[in-house]
Design a binder for this molecule. Structure first.
Ligand code: M6R
Length: 369
Protein backbone atom coordinates (compact mmCIF):
# COMPACT_ATOMS: atom_id res chain seq x y z
CA UNK A 1 0.00 0.00 0.00
CA UNK A 2 2.90 2.31 0.79
CA UNK A 3 4.40 1.60 -2.62
CA UNK A 4 7.66 0.37 -1.17
CA UNK A 5 8.10 3.42 1.08
CA UNK A 6 8.46 3.21 4.83
CA UNK A 7 5.69 5.68 5.49
CA UNK A 8 2.64 6.96 3.66
CA UNK A 9 3.98 10.47 3.99
CA UNK A 10 7.15 9.52 2.19
CA UNK A 11 5.12 7.91 -0.56
CA UNK A 12 2.88 10.95 -0.80
CA UNK A 13 5.89 13.28 -1.09
CA UNK A 14 7.01 11.11 -4.01
CA UNK A 15 3.48 11.19 -5.48
CA UNK A 16 3.62 14.98 -5.78
CA UNK A 17 4.75 15.34 -9.40
CA UNK A 18 1.87 13.06 -10.40
CA UNK A 19 -0.63 14.85 -8.18
CA UNK A 20 0.17 18.15 -9.86
CA UNK A 21 0.14 16.62 -13.34
CA UNK A 22 -3.22 14.96 -12.67
CA UNK A 23 -4.71 18.19 -11.32
CA UNK A 24 -3.72 19.94 -14.57
CA UNK A 25 -4.84 17.09 -16.81
CA UNK A 26 -7.81 17.86 -19.06
CA UNK A 27 -8.48 21.09 -17.22
CA UNK A 28 -7.97 23.57 -20.00
CA UNK A 29 -10.38 23.58 -22.92
CA UNK A 30 -9.69 24.65 -26.49
CA UNK A 31 -10.48 28.26 -25.80
CA UNK A 32 -8.29 28.23 -22.72
CA UNK A 33 -11.31 27.88 -20.44
CA UNK A 34 -11.05 26.15 -17.10
CA UNK A 35 -12.93 22.89 -17.01
CA UNK A 36 -14.59 22.56 -13.63
CA UNK A 37 -16.07 19.32 -12.40
CA UNK A 38 -19.28 21.00 -11.52
CA UNK A 39 -20.25 24.56 -12.32
CA UNK A 40 -23.38 26.23 -11.13
CA UNK A 41 -21.95 29.72 -11.43
CA UNK A 42 -22.47 31.52 -14.75
CA UNK A 43 -19.70 33.31 -16.63
CA UNK A 44 -21.61 36.54 -16.09
CA UNK A 45 -21.44 36.08 -12.34
CA UNK A 46 -17.76 35.10 -12.53
CA UNK A 47 -17.05 38.25 -14.56
CA UNK A 48 -18.76 40.43 -11.98
CA UNK A 49 -16.81 39.09 -8.99
CA UNK A 50 -15.28 42.02 -7.13
CA UNK A 51 -13.71 40.17 -4.22
CA UNK A 52 -12.49 36.68 -3.47
CA UNK A 53 -12.44 35.27 0.03
CA UNK A 54 -10.58 32.03 0.56
CA UNK A 55 -11.74 30.01 3.55
CA UNK A 56 -9.78 27.02 4.79
CA UNK A 57 -7.85 25.64 7.75
CA UNK A 58 -4.26 24.59 8.32
CA UNK A 59 -2.27 23.67 5.27
CA UNK A 60 -5.23 24.32 2.97
CA UNK A 61 -5.28 27.92 4.22
CA UNK A 62 -1.62 28.28 3.27
CA UNK A 63 -2.53 27.15 -0.25
CA UNK A 64 -5.06 29.98 -0.21
CA UNK A 65 -2.38 32.35 0.94
CA UNK A 66 -0.28 31.43 -2.12
CA UNK A 67 -3.37 31.90 -4.29
CA UNK A 68 -3.75 35.46 -3.04
CA UNK A 69 -0.39 36.49 -4.52
CA UNK A 70 -1.12 34.86 -7.87
CA UNK A 71 -4.75 35.85 -8.30
CA UNK A 72 -4.26 39.46 -7.25
CA UNK A 73 -1.32 39.78 -9.63
CA UNK A 74 -3.02 38.11 -12.57
CA UNK A 75 -6.62 39.25 -12.15
CA UNK A 76 -6.48 42.47 -10.11
CA UNK A 77 -9.25 41.14 -7.86
CA UNK A 78 -8.69 41.62 -4.11
CA UNK A 79 -8.26 38.28 -2.37
CA UNK A 80 -8.66 37.77 1.37
CA UNK A 81 -7.61 34.57 3.05
CA UNK A 82 -9.40 33.70 6.20
CA UNK A 83 -9.26 30.77 8.56
CA UNK A 84 -12.69 29.18 8.25
CA UNK A 85 -13.35 29.18 12.00
CA UNK A 86 -12.64 32.90 12.21
CA UNK A 87 -14.78 33.72 9.18
CA UNK A 88 -17.64 31.77 10.61
CA UNK A 89 -17.86 33.62 13.91
CA UNK A 90 -17.62 37.17 12.75
CA UNK A 91 -19.72 39.28 10.51
CA UNK A 92 -17.83 39.06 7.21
CA UNK A 93 -18.60 41.53 4.46
CA UNK A 94 -19.68 39.36 1.56
CA UNK A 95 -22.21 39.96 -1.19
CA UNK A 96 -23.45 38.31 -4.40
CA UNK A 97 -20.31 39.70 -6.01
CA UNK A 98 -18.03 37.85 -3.61
CA UNK A 99 -16.57 34.56 -4.73
CA UNK A 100 -15.80 32.41 -1.72
CA UNK A 101 -13.22 29.72 -2.43
CA UNK A 102 -13.33 26.88 0.08
CA UNK A 103 -10.18 24.76 0.05
CA UNK A 104 -10.15 21.36 1.74
CA UNK A 105 -8.45 18.06 1.15
CA UNK A 106 -11.07 16.00 2.94
CA UNK A 107 -14.07 18.16 2.13
CA UNK A 108 -15.28 17.22 5.62
CA UNK A 109 -13.55 19.77 7.85
CA UNK A 110 -16.38 21.01 10.05
CA UNK A 111 -14.97 24.52 10.43
CA UNK A 112 -14.85 24.91 6.67
CA UNK A 113 -18.30 23.38 6.14
CA UNK A 114 -19.79 25.87 8.60
CA UNK A 115 -18.01 28.74 6.88
CA UNK A 116 -19.34 27.61 3.48
CA UNK A 117 -22.87 27.63 4.88
CA UNK A 118 -22.33 31.03 6.46
CA UNK A 119 -21.10 32.47 3.15
CA UNK A 120 -23.94 31.01 1.10
CA UNK A 121 -26.56 32.26 3.54
CA UNK A 122 -25.30 35.73 2.75
CA UNK A 123 -25.61 35.33 -0.98
CA UNK A 124 -21.97 34.63 -1.86
CA UNK A 125 -21.14 32.01 -4.47
CA UNK A 126 -18.89 29.25 -3.22
CA UNK A 127 -16.34 27.45 -5.33
CA UNK A 128 -14.87 24.39 -3.65
CA UNK A 129 -11.36 23.14 -4.26
CA UNK A 130 -11.49 19.69 -2.69
CA UNK A 131 -9.75 16.36 -3.08
CA UNK A 132 -12.46 13.98 -1.94
CA UNK A 133 -15.22 13.23 -4.39
CA UNK A 134 -18.76 13.64 -3.16
CA UNK A 135 -17.61 15.15 0.14
CA UNK A 136 -19.85 17.55 2.06
CA UNK A 137 -18.05 20.70 0.91
CA UNK A 138 -18.19 19.54 -2.73
CA UNK A 139 -21.91 18.85 -2.41
CA UNK A 140 -22.77 22.09 -0.70
CA UNK A 141 -20.83 24.42 -2.99
CA UNK A 142 -21.92 26.16 -6.20
CA UNK A 143 -18.95 24.93 -8.19
CA UNK A 144 -16.31 22.28 -7.67
CA UNK A 145 -12.76 22.03 -8.91
CA UNK A 146 -11.40 18.73 -7.69
CA UNK A 147 -7.72 18.35 -6.95
CA UNK A 148 -6.68 15.02 -8.36
CA UNK A 149 -4.08 14.22 -5.74
CA UNK A 150 -5.47 10.74 -5.06
CA UNK A 151 -6.11 9.53 -1.52
CA UNK A 152 -3.89 11.16 1.08
CA UNK A 153 -3.38 8.89 4.07
CA UNK A 154 -0.69 10.55 6.19
CA UNK A 155 -2.17 13.04 8.62
CA UNK A 156 0.29 15.70 7.50
CA UNK A 157 -0.80 17.05 4.17
CA UNK A 158 1.75 17.10 1.34
CA UNK A 159 0.51 16.18 -2.12
CA UNK A 160 -2.95 17.64 -1.45
CA UNK A 161 -1.24 20.97 -0.70
CA UNK A 162 0.58 21.02 -4.02
CA UNK A 163 -2.59 20.01 -5.85
CA UNK A 164 -4.55 22.78 -4.08
CA UNK A 165 -2.01 25.39 -5.11
CA UNK A 166 -2.15 24.09 -8.68
CA UNK A 167 -5.95 24.31 -8.72
CA UNK A 168 -5.73 27.90 -7.43
CA UNK A 169 -3.38 28.80 -10.29
CA UNK A 170 -5.87 27.35 -12.75
CA UNK A 171 -8.67 29.36 -11.18
CA UNK A 172 -6.56 32.53 -11.35
CA UNK A 173 -5.69 32.03 -15.02
CA UNK A 174 -9.31 31.25 -15.83
CA UNK A 175 -10.51 34.44 -14.18
CA UNK A 176 -7.76 36.45 -15.87
CA UNK A 177 -8.89 35.13 -19.21
CA UNK A 178 -12.58 35.59 -18.58
CA UNK A 179 -12.09 39.14 -17.43
CA UNK A 180 -9.52 40.05 -20.07
CA UNK A 181 -6.67 40.76 -17.62
CA UNK A 182 -4.24 38.75 -19.70
CA UNK A 183 -3.74 38.15 -23.41
CA UNK A 184 -4.30 34.57 -24.61
CA UNK A 185 -0.60 34.14 -25.41
CA UNK A 186 0.32 35.16 -21.86
CA UNK A 187 -2.11 32.59 -20.50
CA UNK A 188 -0.63 29.99 -22.82
CA UNK A 189 2.86 30.80 -21.49
CA UNK A 190 1.72 30.49 -17.88
CA UNK A 191 0.03 27.18 -18.61
CA UNK A 192 3.20 25.94 -20.25
CA UNK A 193 5.17 26.86 -17.12
CA UNK A 194 2.61 24.98 -15.03
CA UNK A 195 2.97 21.98 -17.29
CA UNK A 196 6.70 21.94 -16.50
CA UNK A 197 6.13 21.89 -12.74
CA UNK A 198 5.83 18.10 -12.19
CA UNK A 199 9.31 17.64 -13.67
CA UNK A 200 10.72 20.41 -11.49
CA UNK A 201 9.08 18.95 -8.37
CA UNK A 202 10.61 15.59 -9.21
CA UNK A 203 14.05 17.19 -9.36
CA UNK A 204 13.58 18.45 -5.79
CA UNK A 205 12.27 15.10 -4.56
CA UNK A 206 15.44 13.57 -6.02
CA UNK A 207 17.54 15.67 -3.61
CA UNK A 208 15.94 14.00 -0.58
CA UNK A 209 19.15 12.28 0.57
CA UNK A 210 20.83 15.63 1.19
CA UNK A 211 17.80 17.07 3.03
CA UNK A 212 17.44 13.95 5.18
CA UNK A 213 21.10 14.06 6.19
CA UNK A 214 20.70 17.66 7.36
CA UNK A 215 17.51 16.74 9.25
CA UNK A 216 19.33 14.01 11.13
CA UNK A 217 21.96 16.52 12.25
CA UNK A 218 19.26 18.79 13.64
CA UNK A 219 17.25 16.11 15.44
CA UNK A 220 18.04 17.53 18.89
CA UNK A 221 17.00 21.12 18.14
CA UNK A 222 14.23 22.64 20.23
CA UNK A 223 13.24 25.55 18.00
CA UNK A 224 13.44 26.07 14.26
CA UNK A 225 12.49 29.30 12.53
CA UNK A 226 11.33 29.77 8.94
CA UNK A 227 11.48 33.01 6.96
CA UNK A 228 9.98 33.89 3.60
CA UNK A 229 8.79 36.88 1.65
CA UNK A 230 6.00 37.16 -0.90
CA UNK A 231 4.96 33.60 -1.86
CA UNK A 232 7.83 32.38 0.30
CA UNK A 233 5.91 33.56 3.36
CA UNK A 234 3.14 30.92 3.23
CA UNK A 235 5.83 28.37 2.41
CA UNK A 236 7.61 29.37 5.63
CA UNK A 237 4.35 28.95 7.55
CA UNK A 238 3.79 25.54 6.02
CA UNK A 239 7.39 24.45 6.75
CA UNK A 240 6.87 25.39 10.40
CA UNK A 241 3.52 23.60 10.59
CA UNK A 242 5.00 20.40 9.15
CA UNK A 243 7.75 20.43 11.76
CA UNK A 244 5.36 21.07 14.66
CA UNK A 245 2.98 18.34 13.55
CA UNK A 246 5.55 15.68 12.83
CA UNK A 247 8.53 16.31 15.06
CA UNK A 248 6.85 18.10 18.00
CA UNK A 249 9.43 20.84 17.76
CA UNK A 250 8.60 24.45 18.35
CA UNK A 251 8.68 26.04 14.92
CA UNK A 252 7.56 29.40 13.70
CA UNK A 253 7.22 30.90 10.27
CA UNK A 254 7.63 34.63 9.71
CA UNK A 255 7.38 37.09 6.89
CA UNK A 256 11.04 38.00 6.42
CA UNK A 257 10.17 41.69 6.50
CA UNK A 258 8.87 41.28 10.04
CA UNK A 259 12.27 40.26 11.38
CA UNK A 260 13.24 43.69 12.58
CA UNK A 261 9.80 44.20 14.07
CA UNK A 262 10.40 41.58 16.72
CA UNK A 263 11.38 38.04 15.75
CA UNK A 264 15.07 38.86 15.26
CA UNK A 265 15.28 38.98 19.06
CA UNK A 266 14.90 35.19 18.98
CA UNK A 267 18.03 34.70 16.93
CA UNK A 268 20.95 33.55 19.02
CA UNK A 269 24.13 31.72 18.06
CA UNK A 270 23.38 28.32 16.56
CA UNK A 271 19.64 28.94 16.05
CA UNK A 272 18.59 27.10 12.86
CA UNK A 273 16.67 29.37 10.50
CA UNK A 274 15.30 28.24 7.17
CA UNK A 275 15.05 30.98 4.58
CA UNK A 276 13.14 30.65 1.33
CA UNK A 277 15.00 32.75 -1.21
CA UNK A 278 12.98 34.04 -4.15
CA UNK A 279 14.19 33.70 -7.71
CA UNK A 280 16.96 36.17 -8.55
CA UNK A 281 15.44 36.35 -12.02
CA UNK A 282 12.12 37.63 -10.67
CA UNK A 283 11.56 41.02 -9.08
CA UNK A 284 15.11 42.04 -8.15
CA UNK A 285 14.15 43.98 -5.06
CA UNK A 286 12.55 40.87 -3.60
CA UNK A 287 15.66 38.74 -3.97
CA UNK A 288 18.00 41.45 -2.67
CA UNK A 289 15.81 42.00 0.38
CA UNK A 290 15.87 38.33 1.31
CA UNK A 291 19.65 38.18 0.86
CA UNK A 292 19.99 41.05 3.31
CA UNK A 293 17.66 39.25 5.75
CA UNK A 294 19.93 36.22 5.56
CA UNK A 295 22.95 38.45 6.25
CA UNK A 296 21.20 40.00 9.25
CA UNK A 297 20.47 36.71 10.94
CA UNK A 298 23.83 35.23 10.01
CA UNK A 299 25.53 38.20 11.64
CA UNK A 300 23.75 37.20 14.86
CA UNK A 301 25.04 33.67 14.66
CA UNK A 302 22.04 31.92 13.12
CA UNK A 303 22.62 28.64 11.35
CA UNK A 304 21.11 29.47 7.96
CA UNK A 305 19.45 26.81 5.83
CA UNK A 306 18.58 28.43 2.54
CA UNK A 307 16.28 27.18 -0.18
CA UNK A 308 17.47 28.78 -3.38
CA UNK A 309 17.27 28.41 -7.12
CA UNK A 310 19.96 26.64 -9.11
CA UNK A 311 22.49 29.26 -10.13
CA UNK A 312 21.65 31.70 -7.34
CA UNK A 313 25.23 32.23 -6.13
CA UNK A 314 24.37 35.28 -4.04
CA UNK A 315 23.13 33.05 -1.19
CA UNK A 316 26.36 31.05 -0.90
CA UNK A 317 28.40 33.40 1.33
CA UNK A 318 25.64 33.57 3.94
CA UNK A 319 24.22 30.05 3.89
CA UNK A 320 25.41 27.22 6.10
CA UNK A 321 23.39 24.82 3.98
CA UNK A 322 21.77 25.38 0.59
CA UNK A 323 18.88 23.30 -0.71
CA UNK A 324 18.57 23.80 -4.45
CA UNK A 325 15.37 24.00 -6.46
CA UNK A 326 15.12 24.36 -10.24
CA UNK A 327 14.56 27.77 -11.83
CA UNK A 328 10.86 28.55 -11.64
CA UNK A 329 8.77 31.72 -12.17
CA UNK A 330 8.30 33.51 -8.83
CA UNK A 331 4.56 32.91 -8.44
CA UNK A 332 4.85 29.18 -9.13
CA UNK A 333 7.85 28.67 -6.85
CA UNK A 334 5.93 27.38 -3.78
CA UNK A 335 5.37 24.11 -5.67
CA UNK A 336 9.10 23.45 -5.49
CA UNK A 337 10.31 25.39 -2.44
CA UNK A 338 8.01 23.63 0.01
CA UNK A 339 9.25 20.16 -0.94
CA UNK A 340 12.58 20.26 0.98
CA UNK A 341 10.64 21.44 4.05
CA UNK A 342 8.27 18.47 3.86
CA UNK A 343 11.18 16.05 3.46
CA UNK A 344 13.02 17.75 6.32
CA UNK A 345 10.09 17.45 8.75
CA UNK A 346 9.46 13.79 7.90
CA UNK A 347 13.14 12.89 8.20
CA UNK A 348 13.54 14.69 11.49
CA UNK A 349 10.50 12.92 12.94
CA UNK A 350 11.91 9.60 11.74
CA UNK A 351 15.26 10.41 13.34
CA UNK A 352 13.42 11.01 16.61
CA UNK A 353 11.65 7.68 16.28
CA UNK A 354 8.19 9.26 15.95
CA UNK A 355 5.16 8.05 14.04
CA UNK A 356 5.36 10.09 10.86
CA UNK A 357 1.98 9.09 9.45
CA UNK A 358 -0.02 9.40 12.62
CA UNK A 359 1.32 12.18 14.86
CA UNK A 360 -0.05 12.40 18.37
CA UNK A 361 -3.28 14.29 19.05
CA UNK A 362 -4.10 14.82 15.37
CA UNK A 363 -6.82 13.49 13.09
CA UNK A 364 -6.66 13.39 9.31
CA UNK A 365 -9.95 15.12 9.03
CA UNK A 366 -11.23 17.41 11.75
CA UNK A 367 -14.95 16.77 11.71
CA UNK A 368 -15.82 18.63 14.86
CA UNK A 369 -15.72 22.40 15.39
O1 M6R B 1 -9.13 18.31 4.96
P1 M6R B 1 -8.75 19.75 5.05
O2 M6R B 1 -7.86 20.19 3.93
O3 M6R B 1 -9.93 20.66 5.19
O4 M6R B 1 -7.90 19.88 6.39
C1 M6R B 1 -7.46 21.13 6.84
C2 M6R B 1 -6.42 20.97 7.93
O5 M6R B 1 -6.97 20.29 9.03
C3 M6R B 1 -5.18 20.22 7.46
O6 M6R B 1 -4.58 20.85 6.35
C4 M6R B 1 -4.15 20.12 8.59
O7 M6R B 1 -3.61 21.38 8.87
C5 M6R B 1 -3.05 19.11 8.21
N1 M6R B 1 -2.80 18.24 9.31
C6 M6R B 1 -1.77 19.79 7.78
O8 M6R B 1 -0.74 18.90 7.55
Amino acid sequence: VKGGFETFMNKEIHDQPQAVADTLLGRVGEKGELILDEMRISETVMRSVDKIVVIACGTAAYAGHVAKYAIEHWCRIPVEVELAHEFRYRDPVVSEKTLVVAISQSGETMDTIMAVRHAREQGAKVLAIVNTHGSTIARESDAVLYTHAGPEVAVASTKAFLAQITACYLLGLYLAQLRGNKFPDEIAEDLEELRLMPERIQQVVDTEGHVQAVARELAEERTVLFLGRHVGFPVALEGALKLKELAYIHAEGFAAGELKHGPIALVEPGQPVFVIAPSPRGRDALHAKVISNIQEIRARGARTLVIAEEGDDAVEPFADVVFRVPQTPTLLAPLVTVVPLQIFAAALATAKGLDVDQPRNLAKSVTVE
